[in-house]
Design a protein around this ligand. Structure first.
Ligand code: UDP
Length: 345
């Protein structure tokens, strides 16, 4: 229950605040709302409408670049302007996509430099943002997000806006995205957790795009929300900063993720895994023209450690176990009904 005696990281009493949360019904917003309401005395002004839900699924970046740019840049402008003009603090959710590709992705595959963190570690105040050419429309999202970050930063520098920018690194967990044909369009392509969950629920092989060689670090949504709470309640430590929020210890290739999810799903559902659990597909087939990929994403944790003392706790196996338990409990029955053949007389 909410307690009145919360203290910040410096031992000061935290006064109850009113938090306007845009996107409160979404994946991150719903987890954040739950936490704020259950554990703090703060009030949430929850806002969520269809056009506020910014596009953040790669399948849309190259096929709906206009919606991607408008929802992530143009639609965010009034919020930034409002905060700046009315001296309201802004916590803006950006993305690790703003880093784009690593410097190492341009080195030969057998280069010894690939082992040197200087070529892959993504650091808020040092790493460049490296995107592909304009015709690779995948980068429309990263570019829109980068520009809104730069605008917020400039409002801070020129007009004194108090801001914090969050860069989520593959936050995953219950309620993320949708299962195609169940609570989202049957032709829709969500992010990898929901794609693989959908395949597992339907007993189909998991599709590995371009060999599944890309690497990601996954962090459990509940760990990430702890970081956001620290930012909310420690403005003096969080204002003016950009924070990576991820788990550098949970790195896998997409192929390894597929293997692990297959094992975990078999454990939580009690169903045997398929003999051939994965199949290869080309990115053109899966995402269409203009797709491109981030090769590797390991967050540097120096700034968030120093400012907020935050570290993620949950291992990849554990977070997949709780998430796939949720997916199985929530969707298995509905998928079975949707896939069972109608009885013909
Ligand atoms: N991916 C895949 N099979 C799928 C869905 C995604 O191999 O069914 C790959 C995708 O090409 C990318 C990675 O998984 O390399 C992560 O994709 P996601 O959509 O989760 O978002 P991203 O991390 O790229 O923002």
């Amino acid at each position: 229950m909410a307690t009145a005696s919360r203290v910040d990281l410096d031992g000061n009493t935290i006064r109850p605040m009113t938090i306007c949360m845009i996107g409160a019904g979404g994946f991150i917003g719903s987890h954040l709302c739950e936490k704020v309401l259950a554990e703090t005395p703060h009030t949430v002004l929850a806002v969520d409408t269809i056009n506020l839900a910014a596009i953040c699924t790669p399948a849309d970046y190259n096929t709906r670049p206009l919606d991607t740019i408008y929802s992530n840049f143009i639609d965010a402008l009034p919020v930034v302007k409002y905060c700046s003009e009315n001296s309201k603090r802004l916590i803006h959710f950006s993305t690790c996509e703003v880093y784009g590709k690593t410097i190492g992705s341009f080195l030969p595959k057998d280069s010894p430099l690939l082992k040197d963190p200087a070529y892959f570690l993504l650091t808020e105040d040092a790493s460049p943002c490296i995107f592909g050419p304009i015709e690779k429309q995948r980068w429309s999202y990263a570019c829109a997000k980068q520009l809104i970050e730069r605008l917020i930063y400039a409002e801070g520098a020129e007009n004194g806006l108090e801001f914090t920018i969050v860069r989520p690194f593959n936050w995953i967990g219950p309620r993320m995205d949708f299962i195609p044909g169940i609570d989202g369009p049957s032709e829709g392509v969500p992010r990898v957790l929901a794609c693989f969950s959908n395949n597992l629920l339907r007993g189909e092989p998991l599709k590995l795009v371009d060999g599944g060689h890309s690497q990601r670090t996954f962090v459990y949504i509940k760990d990430a929300i702890e970081a956001v709470m620290l930012m909310i309640e420690n403005p003096a430590r969080a204002n003016g900063h950009i924070f990576n929020v991820g788990n550098p210890h949970n790195e896998v290739t997409v192929r390894q993720l597929a293997e692990m999810m297959t094992q975990v799903y078999s454990k939580v559902s009690g169903e045997a895994s398929l003999e051939v659990p994965t199949i290869d597909v080309s990115s053109k087939e899966f995402y269409g023209e203009g797709y491109d990929d981030s090769d590797k994403r390991i967050p540097d944790m120096t700034i968030i450690n120093k400012q907020l003392g935050w570290n993620p706790k949950t291992s990849l196996w554990d977070l997949l176990e709780s998430t796939l338990t949720y997916q199985h409990r929530t969707y298995a029955q509905a998928v079975k009904q949707a896939t069972s053949k109608p009885v013909t007389s």
